[in-house]
Design a binder for this molecule. Sequence first.
Ligand code: HMG
Ligand code: MG
Length: 306
Amino acid sequence: MSKKIQIVEVGPRDGLQNEKKVLDHNAKIELIKKLAETGLKRIEIGAFVSPTWVPQMSGSIELVRDILKLQSQGAIARNIQLSCLVPNARGMEDALKSGITEVAIFGACSETFSKKNINCSIAESFIRFRQVMEMAKYHKIKVRGYLSTAFGCPYEGKVAETRVVRLVRAMIKMGAYEVSVGDTIGVATPKQVNSLLKKVLHVAKPGQIAMHYHDTRGTSLANVCASLEFGVRTFDSSIGGLGGCPYAKGATGNLATEDLVYLLKGMGYDVPIDLEKLIQIKKWTEEKLGRELPSRVGKAGAWNIE
Ligand code: HMG
Ligand code: MG
């Protein structure tokens, strides 16, 4: 099985969307520029969602435009794929205005979470995603899919694996090139990961699946190891362990990019990302936000693991 790993850095979106202190436009640009200098090849930088629902993501059109300008000037590497969240056709219109070349639709595996997060049922959300997909196909924009609460819902508790599998299949059939399966509230353990991935991989290839772990209960790195056994090679993470979800109480943080990179390098995977630079960015972000971030490697420092 391949040793090559893809990391999707979600800090500027999944991280900042949950921070009380809103980073201004210039600080967001600086953060994205710094992340782009570490070797990361995929960065999620914003969301075309309602500013009433998630004010931290407003200004995403201007942000994307400025970042794309920097990319066209070579100040940000041209081979970095940037992406933004899009919940509906209205969001997709903004995405088109911004010039972004990849978007991510985001659904849930539990009805209550879907309602609280995007104000519609799962079935309704898929009708909206189909519209987004049609617009994206027409404009040749890549579409990634997210499925939240795949391991547990803060409102409904356990989530049936059969439902997760059905939704993964539906997103892929619809045209998503990859589906990110999310442990939104950080409840999964490797046993649950094994059980779910065994079934998900009946309807998707490992290359079509990304895993999105939250470290709420300290199980995310163990869950990464379990996922690697199934050939999954794409993981979402956020700098410093920033993040959570405004509609998932208790979702204290995404898996930290530094912790993920440290683990994978130590296990001999191909992760050409500069760990020292990541640790510096974590410190910079802490200063900007005025709070300490939870990553372990960020606190303890790197070690000679390569
Ligand atoms: P709604 O209020 O039901 O929308 O929100 P509506 O269709 O009834 O329209 C109401 C108003 O919102 C209208 O404006 C629309 O134009 C406007 P008005 O006519 O009153 O002036 N509107 C929009 N404005 C900007 N962008 C849009 C948009 N759509 C409608 N896209 C909506 C529905 C989906 C927009 C709302 O619920 C929303 O923005 N939700 C976003 C929630 C969110 O961003 N959550 C965090 C991300 S998900 C997550 O973190 C999980 C993940 O990380 C994975 C994991 O961890 O598991 C992905
Ligand atoms: Mg998340």
